[in-house]
Design a protein around this ligand. Structure first.
Ligand SMILES: Cc1ncc(COP(=O)(O)O)c(C=O)c1O
Length: 396
């Protein structure tokens, strides 16, 4: 029988998140791998969902999303970006940011087109590019010391990545897995490149509210001069409201680009869960009742995990955003990140992510390991206790 998985998708196999979470469960390991909270999202949002179901919001939503949610998204985006945003022509509600990424890439790119990606990249990017028949042009974020500005790109590499076939650039800030928040000067370089080469920018901003360094606030690429007309800004409620299972996301873009997103969205999912859209609108309207507290919690958890990892022997690269932390595991003497993560699960009882899978050049990620700290304090503390076993037996 011929290979049942299409040529475009066969190379991607099963995502590392599924593999690591399954292994963590099998081995009873503390799961600091996949980025989902092991605690509940806010009650007022769950109540709003119950209310919406009882209130008979249970049939298909309009294709672009329910008006109340689009209005809440437009209002929130306008306030944080300073840009006008029309809920009817500029906002599309999708099945999480994952679908927003797919709809943007599939709606925009033709076979043979190229798109710039920064490695390490979130794992769905390359698969979506392959589904579109397009090709990635990869620019590396290279660890550059232990500062929050670590993981820098070389502007010359960015310019060299662009050819006459390049149509778009996909940027993730705050960035998974590095915890990098792109600084204004970096965004200006990226914007300059998009303007000079007439590229559409797609920005994945799912961690937009999770930033820890006052010197590096989250900035919308769309808000830089000249960029509003050529940027599709993506986000979702999953990370901001600790509701990753709800899969309510969106794309904000001017009408010309929204048309491309909707052209794909109407055939990917057409519309997403109606009652959860109503509840997501309530979440966004009352964001201040939850997010500051969540941020304080994450700051405290990072404040426990980072020094503990350092004391065990990791070299921690402090994140400026997201709920991930990258650390260098070289001190323990393993061959690569996969060998190290397997040892962590099997012998130490902690699951983490081997980041080389997020690279086109895997060697750039081999000495690194990604820990998620979107977990209860007791989960993190148990993880730390177990990780202390590592320092007892460093390898040669
Ligand atoms: C960078 C990035 N983009 C997109 C997503 C997916 O977002 P959603 O759960 O809203 O589909 C994730 C989830 O981990 C992510 O880390």
């Amino acid at each position: 029988m011929t290979q049942p998985v299409s040529r475009a998708l066969a190379p991607f196999g099963t995502t590392i998140f599924t593999i690591m979470s399954r292994r963590a469960q099998e081995r009873g390991a503390i799961n600091l791998s996949q980025g989902f909270p092991d605690f509940e999202g806010p009650e007022f949002v769950k109540d709003a969902a119950r209310e919406a179901i009882r209130g008979q919001h249970n049939q298909y939503a309009p294709m672009p999303g329910v008006p109340a949610l689009r209005a809440a998204i437009a209002d929130r985006f306008s306030r944080s970006s300073g840009l006008p945003c029309d809920p009817d022509t500029d906002v599309t509600v999708t099945a999480g940011c994952t679908e927003a990424i797919a709809a943007s890439v599939l709606g925009l790119l033709n076979p043979g087109d190229e798109i710039v990606l920064f490695e390490p990249f979130y794992d769905s990017y390359r698969a979506c590019v392959a589904m579109a028949g397009a090709a990635p042009r990869v620019v590396s974020l290279v660890p550059s010391g232990g500062s929050p500005r670590a993981f820098a790109f070389d502007p010359a590499e960015l310019h060299a990545a662009i050819t006459p076939r390049t149509r778009a650039l996909l940027l993730n800030t705050p960035h998974n897995p590095t915890g990098k928040v792109f600084a204004r000067a970096e965004l200006e370089r990226i914007a300059d490149c998009c303007l000079r080469h007439d590229l559409v920018a797609i920005t994945d901003e799912v961690y937009e509210r999770l930033t820890f360094d006052p010197a590096l606030p989250h900035l919308h690429l769309a808000a830089l001069p000249g960029m509003a007309d050529r940027t599709i800004t993506l986000s979702s409620i999953g990370k901001t409201f600790s509701l990753t299972g709800w899969k309510i996301g969106w794309a904000v873009a001017p009408p010309r680009l929204t048309a491309a997103v909707r052209a794909a969205h109407q055939f990917l999912t057409f519309a997403v869960a109606t009652p959860l859209q109503h509840a997501a609108a309530e979440a966004l309207r009352r964001e201040q009742e939850y997010v500051p507290m969540l941020l304080a919690d994450y700051r405290a958890r990072l404040g426990e995990l980072a020094p503990a990892l350092t004391s065990v022997g990791f070299r921690v690269i402090p994140p400026a955003g997201t709920y991930f932390l990258m650390a260098d595991h070289s001190a323990f003497g393993f061959e690569d990140d996969l060998a190290f993560c397997n040892h962590l699960i099997d012998e130490v009882g902690v699951a983490a992510i081997p980041p080389s899978v997020f690279y086109q050049r895997p060697e750039l990620g081999r000495s690194l390991v990604r820990f998620a700290f979107c977990k209860k304090p007791e989960t993190i503390r148990t993880g730390i206790e177990r990780l202390r076993r590592l320092s007892a037996a460093p390898r040669g």
